[in-house]
Design a protein around this ligand. Structure first.
Ligand SMILES: Cc1cc2nc3c(=O)[nH]c(=O)nc-3n(C[C@H](O)[C@H](O)[C@H](O)COP(=O)(O)OP(=O)(O)OC[C@H]3O[C@@H](n4cnc5c(N)ncnc54)[C@H](O)[C@@H]3O)c2cc1C
Length: 372
């Protein structure tokens, strides 16, 4: 078997891995990126047409700088490639104001969002209900409702972001192996020996960005910190003439005390459908065991519990669905850790359902952690 050597190997080329490889190549590091599939693909956590990006992230004030930096990197990538990655639409965060609600493990998400926007100079406004109802008649917010609006929010094209970072990395000298599953990684003194199907690699440093498949690599104590949770994305038909869904901002709405009492969505990209979803925290053991089918019964439940009485301007017609998954930590925060305390071997959790907007800057952060 042939053995090749690289300074750094990035295992997993989804949102975080492709960003890391791009940053390594920018610095002229001899880097190899490996993925078991053909990224961008629809089997991990980074597919489904769009991802919301926002700056005043209620998940934690410490993440605001990452989101801001990611916007700069997406702009740099757009300029380099001529490809569209980010679309600024503005974004609204609705709160029914009935039950206190938490999101991604954080209590008082709406209030925190507002506070972080004020603290971190994020352009925003609080809309009164008359303005909110006039501008966005699709949302049936109760009289107790609150609406936060943020100027720089919008959506990302996740598949385009990954593809562009991998294309740029390759242009800048990185090597990429796809359809290549990493079987094992062993530490051997000054380097690591990585077994890939039919090949072997020696690396001085490793970044493990395998998303939910971290379960295949971590010791049991760390593995237990990660929960794989199946998510479903729904594309619903819009009702012609009621409201112009194409001019809507990205939106998120917390309406109850349970973590699942939450919906979010996007403006219509095609004038015919909008993509929307909720969140689910039912655990599955491993990404390979995920049920990828969405049943008619699931669609019915989604309509009855997440759409009816909350949104108007949509038809009960599901034109497309897609299954994805979150990898959630106990407190929904990101984990970036050194494997067995070795600073040359970093692993990153797949960011608990809120990582895409930060992924470009996370890649940069990881490369800096490796000493570049
Ligand atoms: C439905 C849904 C909606 C979301 N919405 C948002 C949002 O609006 N905004 C936001 O900021 N975030 C959002 N997120 C979260 C965000 O998308 C994720 O945090 C992020 O995409 C995770 O990226 P990742 O690179 O860690 O994982 P992945 O993209 O899953 O990448 C992991 C990669 O590792 C590869 N791999 C695994 N094992 C091996 C192996 N043994 N050998 C080689 N390769 C391997 C896989 O093939 C895969 O390509 C959402 C997530 C989901 C599922």
């Amino acid at each position: 078997m042939k053995t090749v050597s690289f300074d750094v190997v990035v295992v997993g080329l989804g949102a975080v891995g492709s960003a890391t490889l791009y940053q390594l190549s920018k610095r002229g590091i001899a880097a190899l990126g490996i993925d078991q599939f053909e990224p961008p693909h629809a089997l991990g956590s980074s597919h489904g047409e769009t991802r919301i990006t926002r700056l005043a992230v209620g998940e934690g004030e410490e993440y605001v700088a990452l989101a801001k930096r990611s916007h700069e990197i997406w702009a740099e990538l757009e300029a380099l490639s001529g490809k569209k990655i980010r679309t600024k639409t503005g974004g609204i965060l609705l709160d029914s104001g009935v039950n206190p609600w938490s999101k991604h493990g954080v209590e008082g998400f709406w209030e925190r969002t507002l506070r972080y926007a004020q603290n971190q100079q994020v352009s925003h406004r609080v809309l009164d209900l008359i303005e909110a109802n006039t501008n966005y008649p699709a949302f049936q917010l109760p009289a107790t409702g609150k609406v936060y609006w943020e100027e720089e929010a919008g959506y990302l094209f996740p598949e385009q972001a990954i593809e562009t970072q991998l294309d740029q990395a390759k242009k800048q000298g990185a090597t990429i192996w796809t359809s290549s599953k990493v079987k094992s990684i062993q530490s051997e003194g000054a380097h690591f020996r990585i077994q890939v199907e039919g090949k072997e690699v020696l690396a001085k440093q490793i970044v493990l960005t395998v998303g939910g498949w971290l379960k295949d690599f971590l010791p049991i104590s760390s593995k237990k910190k990660l929960k794989i949770c199946r998510q479903v994305l729904y594309w619903l038909a819009v009702e012609e003439g009621f409201t112009d869904w194409q001019r809507y901002p990205v939106w998120m709405w917390g309406y109850g005390a349970a973590p699942e009492d939450f919906i979010y969505g996007f403006p219509s990209l095609d004038g015919k459908t909008i993509k929307m979803a909720s969140e689910s925290f039912v655990e599955v053991d491993h990404p390979d065991q995920l049920n990828r089918e969405v049943t008619a019964e699931e669609q019915e439940i989604f309509w009855n519990t997440k759409v009816e009485g909350k949104l108007v301007g949509l038809k009960k017609q599901f034109l497309k669905t897609s299954v994805c998954f979150y990898t959630v930590t106990e407190d929904s925060q990101f984990l970036i850790e050194a494997m067995a305390g070795d600073k040359n071997f970093l692993w990153v959790s797949a960011c608990s359902g809120h990582g895409f907007k930060h992924s470009a800057a996370l890649g940069e952060h990881l490369v800096q952690r490796l000493g570049f």
